[in-house]
Design a protein around this ligand. Structure first.
Ligand code: 4AD
Ligand code: MG
Length: 484
């Protein structure tokens, strides 16, 4: 058997008392032809391997270079040096894979995040990305743990679909029709999708919600956790063309139940990450603090990362209606001094991210749940509120806004009344014939139900303090970029 290794994280937790151990990993640094810092990705901490002088061939020692992979067997003893509790005194060192120092792109020094994005295939080996992706894993695991404990059914909704759940129309087409050849056309010159693979026009899903509702109206509570795709041409630090979304959908839930669940969920997964990845988070907190030292005072965060996460856990999210939010914004100094790029024109306007961030970062200084938005700026499936003022029709929508990120959750109570749903679809030109299956849930035992979508990468950004969304997904897809 080849793999009888102990993971470095586990080894470092032991007491060093002369026991034998085999570790495998990649060389971080090699000092004085004697001290190897070896890392295997289980933790950012390295094991110090000591290659006693004279014990190993010069030929072998020459091959111990940054990122070469090694198998080392030796005895574990208390360290004489500073900075680590134990040494692994090597008995045997086997080079599993060489790494030519002339060619290896990541020298042991500080690289910019931009540079590392170009080397995304190797960036996991850096401390920063090691920590980020272990935290990402912990959060993903916590998502499943949370919903499993609550008895939700994990549902896999389709990636290829014929419907546009959000009605925003920013979708990637899926087709096998020959782009460069003879595309079958209808008499009126439009593409004849009947000739296409699925016999109809299809695209990559923007959301699993509509199918999720079908599950919720049978299982009661379901959630999805999968990739979603948006062809928005947004080159920002918060948008990806391919991102992961968690979408729970619950029967017998109104908007308030929905907000309660979302808040509990967010706090749960943060708490899980802190309990299980404290070291990584503390490393990332220090990284962020160092990065912010470069910024002018007024651009720095008021709280450190750990402090911010604790604060979120220990305080209730602020809940206010869209209408109240417009009042806050209108009366703000920012608005009066014309500091917003987009002016606050009044009720009915769509909020820009600068407005959301003002509410969260300047005014309330904590996560905010905005609810009851104007119907005109929200999707067709959201429940129309009763007894609205004339001209002020709202829907039971809610968005959660997080400091430093803006919107991380979008959700709503769903319109369960068939006639209301149909008339709204008609007004918004949503094709009812194509959504016959969706409407059937309102025909056969319709129930009040609600759900939301959490953008997973935005959540990872929030927890790790990474400012660019490209740095929390392994291989980001953004306009003009699909490398790796
Ligand atoms: O607000 P959105 O568009 O809502 C939906 O898709 C609903 N169907 C969800 C539901 O009710 N089941 O997207 C939900 C969240 C946003 O709040 C944001 O966090 C994230 O998905 N998101 C993106 N994340 C990264 N890149 C993008 N281009 C994103 N677009 C949305
Ligand atoms: Mg949204």
């Amino acid at each position: 058997m080849f793999n009888k290794r102990i993971k470095i994280k586990e080894l470092l937790a032991q007491e060093p008392k002369g026991q034998e151990a085999t570790v495998m990993g990649w060389v971080k640094t090699f000092r004085n032809n004697q001290f190897i810092a070896l890392n295997d990705g289980s933790t950012n901490n390295n094991i110090q391997v000591v290659a006693a002088l004279g014990k190993f061939d010069d030929e072998l020692l020459k091959r111990i270079t940054t990122s070469a992979s090694l198998k080392v067997t030796g005895t574990v003893v208390p360290s004489l040096g500073k900075g680590q509790t134990m040494d692994l005194n090597a008995e045997t060192i086997e080079i599993l894979g060489d790494s030519d120092p002339e060619q290896y792109p990541l020298q042991p020094k500080k690289h910019s995040l931009e540079f590392l994005r170009e080397k995304a295939h190797l960036r996991f080996r850096t401390n920063t990305f090691g920590a980020v992706f272990r935290v990402r894993h912990a959060l993903a695991f916590a998502v499943h743990k949370f919903f499993n404990e609550k008895g939700f059914v994990y549902m896999h909704t389709p990636i290829i679909t014929a419907s546009d759940a959000e009605g925003a129309g920013e979708m990637f087409k899926v087709t096998t029709l020959p782009l460069e050849g003879n595309i079958p056309k209808n008499e009126d010159g439009t593409v004849n999708y009947e000739e296409d693979f699925f016999g109809k026009a299809t695209n990559l899903t923007v959301s699993g919600q509509l199918e999720g509702e079908l599950g919720a109206t049978a299982f009661g509570d379901i959630y999805t956790f999968g990739p979603t795709f948006r062809a928005e041409n947004s080159n920002t630090t918060r948008h990806l063309a391919e991102f992961w979304m968690i979408e729970p959908e619950m029967a017998f839930y109104d908007l308030e139940d929905n907000m309660n669940l979302a808040e509990e969920f967010i706090k749960y997964i943060i708490r899980y990450a802190i309990a299980n990845n404290k070291e990584d988070l503390e490393f990332l907190a220090q990284r962020l603090a160092d990065e912010e030292k470069q910024l002018p005072q007024d651009k720095r965060s008021e709280m450190g990362l750990m402090e911010k996460l604790d604060f979120v856990l220990n305080n209730e999210f602020e809940r206010l209606t869209y209408t109240d939010a417009i009042d806050v914004l209108k009366n703000s100094n920012y608005s009066k001094k014309k500091k917003f790029q987009y002016e606050i024109t009044g009720w009915g306007m769509d909020l820009q991210s600068e407005h959301e961030r003002y509410l969260v970062e300047k005014h309330f200084k904590k996560p905010v749940i905005l609810y009851n938005y104007p119907a005109a700026i929200k999707a067709f499936y959201m429940r129309q509120n009763d007894n609205c003022e004339p001209g002020q029709q709202t829907v039971a929508a809610m968005d959660i806004l997080a400091p430093g990120i803006g919107e991380i959750v979008g959700g709503s109570q769903r319109e369960e009344r068939l006639d209301k749903l149909q008339s709204r679809m008609k007004d918004m030109e949503v094709p009812a014939e194509e959504l016959w299956w969706y409407l059937d849930t309102r025909r056969f035992g319709t129930v009040p139900h609600s759900g939301f979508g959490l953008g997973f990468e935005r959540m990872v950004q929030f927890v790790t303090g990474m400012t660019n969304i490209r740095d929390v997904i392994a291989f980001p897809r953004t306009p003009g970029s699909a490398e790796f």
